[in-house]
Design a protein around this ligand. Structure first.
Ligand code: PGA
Length: 251
């Protein structure tokens, strides 16, 4: 049985005061946790110390939005997996389409980040997804499969089983145009099949999240699909009540 997971990706939003307000709202609504569900919050990194402090004693889990692949050295502006782990970060988003497209991150860099996280015992949330044009041309599975294979080759069964994959169609991110539950399920099933080519036992355990305009109105139907194990939520994770309702949509 896979444990469900909902992760909130705040992106570059908020202020110190707004982040504190949101964290307090989340702790009061979700702090006791929910049965069978891991709830992760990924604020901008500068708010991680505050997040660690405010989440202490609650069931909520800290995550981060980025990491560098080296453990230390002359990498101005970057953070290592070990540093994040010291601030109670247990999950890190990598390969997000915004990082691939705006910051030129390649599959090779994403793969290196994935390994750096696993060696620091931090769980990667590996994002994959196609653009609308790629889908229109019938290339969606090819693109997603290639993004996945660039990272998962050579992983042990345990490494594959603990990792998290997030299917985020680029055309659905921040657009209000969610993939239909059927479209999402079809791609999730494909992703699990690609994972199974690497290791069938592990593929059954790997959690696959859907991301892209998830909100309290569409979450339940998406999360009810057999291969959708939760969500990676952007905009809708910035309001405590909305995020709580999304978490409550996991059955
Ligand atoms: P969105 O973002 O929920 O605002 O579409 C999702 C994401 O980019 O992770």
């Amino acid at each position: 049985m896979r444990r469900s997971l909902v992760a909130g990706n705040w992106k570059m939003n908020g202020s110190r005061q707004a982040a504190e307000h949101l964290l307090r709202g989340l702790v009061s609504g979700l702090g006791q946790g929910r049965n069978g569900l891991d709830i992760v919050i990924c604020p901008p990194s500068v708010f991680l110390p505050m997040t660690e402090r405010l989440l202490a004693g609650s069931e909520l889990i800290s995550g981060a939005q980025n990491v560098y692949c080296e453990s230390s050295g002359a990498f101005t502006g970057e953070l290592s997996a070990g540093m994040l782990a010291e601030f109670s970060v247990r999950y890190v988003i990598i390969g997000h389409s915004e990082r691939r497209n705006l910051f030129g991150e390649t599959d090779a860099l994403v793969a290196a980040k994935f390994r750096a996280l696993q060696s620091a015992a931090v769980i990667p949330i590996l994002c994959v997804g196609e653009t609308w044009e790629q889908r229109r041309q019938g290339l969606a599975e090819k693109i997603v499969g290639d993004q996945l294979k660039a990272v998962i080759g050579g992983l042990t069964e345990a490494e594959l089983a603990t990792a998290v994959v997030a299917y985020e169609p680029v055309w659905a991110i921040g657009t209000g145009q969610t993939a239909t539950p059927a479209q999402a399920q079809q791609m999730h099933e494909f992703i699990r099949a690609v994972l199974a080519e690497e290791n069938p036992q592990a593929a059954d355990c790997t959690r696959i999240l859907y991301g892209g305009s998830v909100n309290a109105g569409n979450a339940a139907e998406l999360f009810a699909q057999p291969d959708i194990d939760g969500g990676l939520v952007g905009g809708a994770s910035l309001q405590a009540e909305e995020y709580i309702r999304i978490c409550d949509s996991v059955s």
